[in-house]
Design a protein around this ligand. Structure first.
Ligand code: FES
Ligand code: FES
Length: 165
């Protein structure tokens, strides 16, 4: 049987995980969300928090290679895990091909939804390198954007897929 460590309601425990390839640690209460842990303990403000109940996708990160809503994940669940956030997509001060395509095709306006969408799109393109427009639209259906109408995102993602095939 797995050893389960009991944590008091108001106890803060150290959580250590690998974020964008770098081992990091911070403190979390049992109720602390992974999104808050990333932003307020690790100072990674790229992950945004919108609805806080798993609907909008703004908080999407990768957790051990799978997409996760960080607003629906407790920080303590990330103990020992590998997490990917938007900060890890490119070196500081640079943009990768997908990020450049987002700017080129006008795929963002306020940018609130963008970090989560970039994470999902990156994960998607790794699994589906030659997607159809319908595939891209189906993937984007997991994200809410109040500004763009999605057209630029579809064009940007398809252009990156085409240029890398
Ligand atoms: S903030 Fe997590 S899905 Fe909206
Ligand atoms: S660019 Fe504003 S919410 Fe998507």
């Amino acid at each position: 049987m797995t050893d389960v460590k009991r944590i008091g309601r108001d106890e803060r425990v150290r959580v250590t995980c690998t974020v964008n390839g770098k081992r990091q640690s911070g403190f979390a209460e049992p109720r602390t969300l992974l999104s808050d842990f990333l932003r307020h303990e690790l100072y990674l403000y790229g992950t945004h928090v919108g609805c806080e109940h798993g609907v909008c996708g703004a908080c999407t990160v990768t957790l051990n290679g799978r997409l996760a809503r960080s607003c629906m994940t407790f920080a303590v669940q990330a103990e020992g895990a590998a997490i990917g956030t938007v900060e890890g997509l490119s070196d500081a001060g640079t943009l990768n091909a997908l990020q450049r395509a987002f700017t080129e095709f006008g795929a963002l306006q306020c940018g609130f939804c963008t970090a989560g969408i970039l994470i999902s799109a990156t994960h998607f393109l790794a699994k589906v390198p030659n997607p159809t427009e319908e595939d891209v639209r189906a993937m984007l259906s997991g994200h809410l954007c109040r500004c763009t109408g999605y057209e630029g995102m579809v064009r940007a993602i398809l252009s990156v897929a085409e240029s890398s095939s």
